[in-house]
Write a protein that binds this ligand. Structure first.
Ligand code: SF4
Length: 482
C-alpha cells in the first residue's frame, strides 16, 4: 500500500472540488513540466467521464487553464479568480507557465468528452501539446479523489513508498500497534509523520492547515450574497453568525474569542456547528481558499467539529504559542492531535475504499469526513483507541449508500447543507462511542470500510458525481437555470 501522510489528506487549495478542481489543476501543472521551455505550438485539455459531466459546475475548465499557466492552487490569489477565468476564455492566447504564449481558443481547446471515459478512472484528463518540431506530447492523468493525481501507466513503484515505523493498511493494525507499544492513536500517527519531516515542521504544517480552516470559517461568517454558478443559492452562514453575535468582528482572532465566550445551550450549539460547516462550504462553492478534508465538497465537516471541540469543550482556541520541537504527541495541542488522528482515519478509507465521489458517491466524501471527525473528536474527549475507531465506524455506518447528485453539477445543493449533517453525525457518533463498550460492537471499522467499497462498486453511475440522477434530475430549477 501507498504510504499516506496526514499532509496528503489535508491539502490547502481552491474550491469547489478536490477531484474536479484541485486534481485537474495539479495534473495540468504536471503536464507543464513535460513541455520544453520554447517551441510549443498549441495545447489542448480533454476532459472525460465525470470531469466532463460536472466539469463546468465544478470549475474543471478553470482549473486546467490555471494549472497550464503555472498558478499554484495553494498560493494563487483567489480574489477575482472567476473574473480572470472569464478573461482567459475570451482571450485568443494562453501564457503557459513555461513563459511561452500559445494561440488558444477555449471553445476549441478545452474539450468535454461527455460520453467517453478513460479506462483507469471516471475522472480522466488528457493533455496534448504540438511542438514546432512536429512532435506531440500526450499525457493522461486520473484525479482519484481528495486532490490526488495519478498519471496513466504510473505504478505503485512510482508513488510514495517510504518505510514507516507503523505501516498501516487497516484499522486493526492501528489498534494492534497501540496495544503492542502502549501508545495512543496520535502517537502512532506522529511517529509515522516523523519519517517525512521534523516535529517542528509537522507542527508548523498543522498550524498552517488550521489557520486556513479558521480563516475560511471567519470569511464565510462575514460574507453574504448569492453563490456563483446560476443556481441562485443564497449564502446563510453570515446571517446565522450575526443572529447570535450581532456583528461578526473584523479580525479572525477577535471573532474566535467572541465565539469562545458563548456557552450555548443545545439548540445554539447545533446552530453554531451548522454555521461553521456552512461557512466553509459556501467559501468552497465561491472558489475560495479551503483545505481538502478529505475532499473539498466535504471540507466543512472537520473544521466545524474541531471548532466545536475548541469552542465548546473549553480548549484554548488560539494556535499554540510555541511550535517548537516535541519528542512525542503528548507535547502537542488538542488541535494538532485532532488533525493527526482524523488524517489517519481518512487514509484508511483511501486505502481500503475510496475518497472519490466519482467512484463511491457522497459516502466517500461526507461519509469519510464524518468518520474522520468522529474518531478525532472521540479521541480528544478522552476516548481510547477502540472507542475512537468505533466512533469512525458509527459515523460511516450511517452514511453508507449516500449518493452524489449535485444539482446543476455545482458543489452547492445538496453539498453545502450536507456538511452540517456530517458534522452533527460525527458529534453524535463520538458521544455514542464514548458511552459504549467497544467489545459489544457488532461492526468494526474495517468491516464498514469494506462495506463502503462494495456499496461503491454496486452503485449506479448516475449517483457518482455525474449529475445524471437523484436531485440533479428532479429539481427543475437547476435544469432551467444552470
Ligand atoms: S453530493 Fe457529496 S460527493 Fe457529490 S459533489 Fe456534493 S458533497 Fe461532493
Amino acid at each position: 500500500m501507498e504510504s499516506i501522510s496526514v499532509f496528503d489528506m489535508f491539502k490547502v487549495g481552491v474550491g469547489p472540488s478536490s477531484s474536479h478542481t484541485m486534481g485537474p489543476w495539479r495534473a495540468a501543472e504536471r503536464f507543464l513540466r513535460e513541455l520544453p521551455a520554447t517551441g510549443v505550438q498549441s495545447v489542448q485539455a480533454h476532459l472525460y467521464g465525470s470531469l466532463a459531466k460536472t466539469g463546468i459546475g465544478h470549475g474543471t475548465d478553470l482549473a486546467v487553464l490555471m494549472g497550464l499557466q503555472g498558478e499554484d492552487p495553494e498560493t494563487c490569489v483567489v480574489e477575482g479568480l472567476l473574473d480572470r477565468f472569464e478573461s482567459l476564455k475570451s482571450a485568443n492566447t494562453l501564457r503557459l507557465g513555461t513563459g511561452e504564449t500559445v494561440p488558444f481558443d477555449y471553445t476549441r481547446d478545452v474539450v468535454f468528452h461527455f460520453d467517453e471515459c478513460l479506462l483507469g478512472h471516471p475522472n480522466g484528463v488528457r493533455f496534448l501539446a504540438m511542438l514546432d518540431s512536429g512532435e506531440r506530447v500526450l499525457r493522461s492523468y486520473y484525479s482519484v479523489g481528495g486532490g490526488f493525481v495519478v498519471e496513466e501507466g504510473e505504478g505503485a513503484a512510482d508513488r510514495q513508498l517510504v518505510q514507516l515505523p507503523y505501516p498501516i493498511d487497516e484499522a486493526a493494525q492501528l489498534s494492534a500497534y497501540c496495544e503492542r507499544d502502549g501508545i495512543d492513536l496520535a502517537e502512532v500517527v506522529f511517529r509515522n509523520e516523523l519519517t517525512w519531516r521534523s516535529s517542528t515542521e509537522i507542527r508548523q504544517g498543522l498550524a498552517r492547515i488550521w489557520t486556513v480552516m479558521r480563516d475560511c470559517i471567519w470569511r464565510g461568517c462575514r460574507t453574504e450574497g448569492i453563490l456563483p454558478g446560476g443556481l441562485g443559492v443564497v449564502r446563510r452562514a453570515a446571517k446565522m453568525a450575526t443572529s447570535t453575535l450581532g456583528e461578526v468582528p473584523n479580525e479572525p482572532d477577535e471573532f474566535f474569542k467572541v465565539v469562545d465566550a458563548h456557552k450555548p445551550d443545545f439548540r445554539n450549539t447545533v446552530s453554531w456547528v451548522s454555521c461553521f460547516a456552512l461557512a466553509v462550504n459556501e467559501e468552497n462553492a465561491a472558489f475560495g481558499r479551503v483545505v481538502t478534508a478529505p475532499t473539498n465538497g466535504a471540507a466543512g465537516v472537520i473544521p466545524a467539529v474541531l471548532m466545536y471541540a475548541l469552542s465548546f469543550l473549553d480548549q484554548p482556541h488560539s494556535l499554540p504559542e510555541d511550535l517548537g520541537e516535541v519528542t512525542s504527541a503528548e507535547g502537542l495541542s488538542m488541535m494538532e492531535k485532532f488533525l493527526l488522528v482524523s488524517g489517519e482515519i481518512g487514509s484508511l478509507f483511501k486505502k481500503g475504499a475510496t475518497i472519490s465521489a466519482a467512484m463511491g458517491g457522497c459516502q466517500a466524501e461526507i461519509g469519510v469526513s464524518s468518520a474522520m471527525a468522529a474518531a478525532a473528536l472521540c479521541y480528544v474527549m478522552g476516548g481510547d483507541t477502540a472507542r475512537s475507531l468505533m466512533a469512525a465506524e458509527i459515523a460511516m455506518e450511517h452514511h453508507l449508500g449516500m449518493t452524489c447528485d449535485p444539482i446543476g453539477g455545482l458543489v452547492q445543493a445538496p453539498c453545502i447543507e450536507r456538511n452540517t449533517m456530517g458534522a452533527m453525525k460525527a458529534i453524535t457518533a463520538a458521544q455514542i462511542a464514548l458511552a459504549s463498550n467497544p467489545e459489544d460492537a457488532k461492526v468494526s471499522l474495517d468491516d464498514v470500510i469494506r462495506t463502503m467499497w462494495q456499496t461503491a462498486l454496486d452503485m449506479n453511475h448516475r449517483y457518482k458525481e455525474t449529475s445524471e440522477g437523484g436531485l440533479a434530475v428532479n429539481v427543475s430549477v437547476a435544469v432551467a437555470e444552470c
